[in-house]
Design a protein around this ligand. Structure first.
Ligand SMILES: [Zn+2]
Length: 341
């Protein structure tokens, strides 16, 4: 399971540029599904079982990233953001620019601290001041590498094990959800309902793929798999109420109610199943952050939805951290939930 998470985490696919990660999802889901297709917007839709009810599991496969906006005369690359960043996480990162001639490595440059005024050092850096150095000497050099306006850019970050069963890497948000889709399809046998595992596109830029997929499938129920917050220093106790190692998170309300308002009956059902099977879980309501569930539950005539999150630290940075035990518990809970239909 860790090997597959490593493969998913290290794959590159900024929102709108998901082809590579979609390829892995098709490859993996095909092994365990009765049908797999890619829809017009790029969602990967796999199905196992038939008849009612139709249950749609969704996990977004896109990651936050950047897109080349301008190559200057000296060959430095300027970019726009794709998705929600805290600008300092981009500072001095190593990145890959995905060009028609292949991946080009670059670094986000900065002024040496020796030359900074005291005031400059205390101000947080803004993304518009940041640029990528690919080692080129001129615009022509950069163009010869294959770089052009519109190319996507992602963090170049290796997946690593930390202590216990904890791992770190980029794009745990939401390749861990993709991993859960694959593992559930692999392990569920002869479901007495239609299980759709959907790897969605463009979640980080407005929950777009999930809306399209839900409109097509018209499921009776939706379960969204994503990351949620995990305990860490530097935040108040009430800011993050969930912790790594304490089980998957059931979110009742997202973003003060602007996001998902989870279906109460489904929440009760999944919690009852967790209790009956001694599966650890945590409950949360949040004032920030939304998932695909926020759009799914108001698609068409309305779809009862719940959101299952894996507690994750440092979300939307290249060093996201999560605990594999939470992932295992989440997969087990999902299977028991699907088997209850
Ligand atoms: Zn995200």
């Amino acid at each position: 399971m860790k090997d597959l998470l490593k493969k998913l985490s290290e794959a590159h696919g900024a929102s709108g540029y998901e082809e590579n990660i979609a390829k892995i999802m098709v490859e993996e889901l095909s092994k365990y599904s009765e049908s797999v297709e890619i829809d017009k917007i790029g969602n990967v839709i796999a199905r196992k079982g038939s008849g009612d009810p139709k249950i749609m599991l969704a996990a977004h496969m896109d990651e936050i990233g950047f897109v080349v906006q301008h190559i200057d005369a000296k060959g430095f690359i300027w970019f726009i953001l794709i998705g929600g960043f805290y600008d300092p996480t981009i500072f001095n990162a190593r990145v890959l620019i995905h060009t028609s001639k292949g991946d080009v490595c670059g670094v986000v440059g900065s002024k040496p601290p020796h030359l900074m005024e005291e005031e400059e050092k205390t101000k947080p850096v803004k993304w518009k001041e940041l640029f990528i150095d690919v080692g080129a000497n001129s615009k022509l050099d950069a163009e010869n590498l294959g770089i052009s306006v519109g190319d996507s850019i992602t963090f170049d970050q290796e997946f690593r094990m930390l202590d216990r069963d904890t791992v770190t890497g980029k794009s745990m948000d939401n390749r861990v959800g993709c991993l859960m889709l694959i593992e559930v399809m692999k392990r569920i046998n002869n479901p007495k309902c239609s299980v759709y595992a959907v790897a969605t596109v463009q979640e980080e830029v407005g929950l777009k793929g999930a809306r399209v997929a839900a409109a097509k499938i018209k499921p009776d129920y939706g379960v969204v798999l994503d990351v949620s917050f995990g305990d860490q220093p530097g935040v108040k106790e009430r800011e993050i109420t969930t912790a790594l190692g304490k089980g998957p998170i059931i979110t009742y309300i997202e973003a003060n109610g602007r996001g998902l308002m989870a279906d109460p009956k489904m929440c009760k059902k999944i919690i009852d199943i967790a209790k009956a099977n001694n599966i650890p879980y945590q409950a949360e309501v949040t004032y920030g952050g939304m998932t695909d569930a926020a759009i799914m539950y108001i698609t068409g005539e309305g779809i009862p939805c719940i959101s299952l999150g894996i507690p994750t630290r440092y979300i939307h940075s290249p060093v996201e951290v999560l605990d594999i035990d939470d992932v295992k518990a989440g997969i087990f809970l999902l299977i028991k939930f699907l088997e209850s239909f």
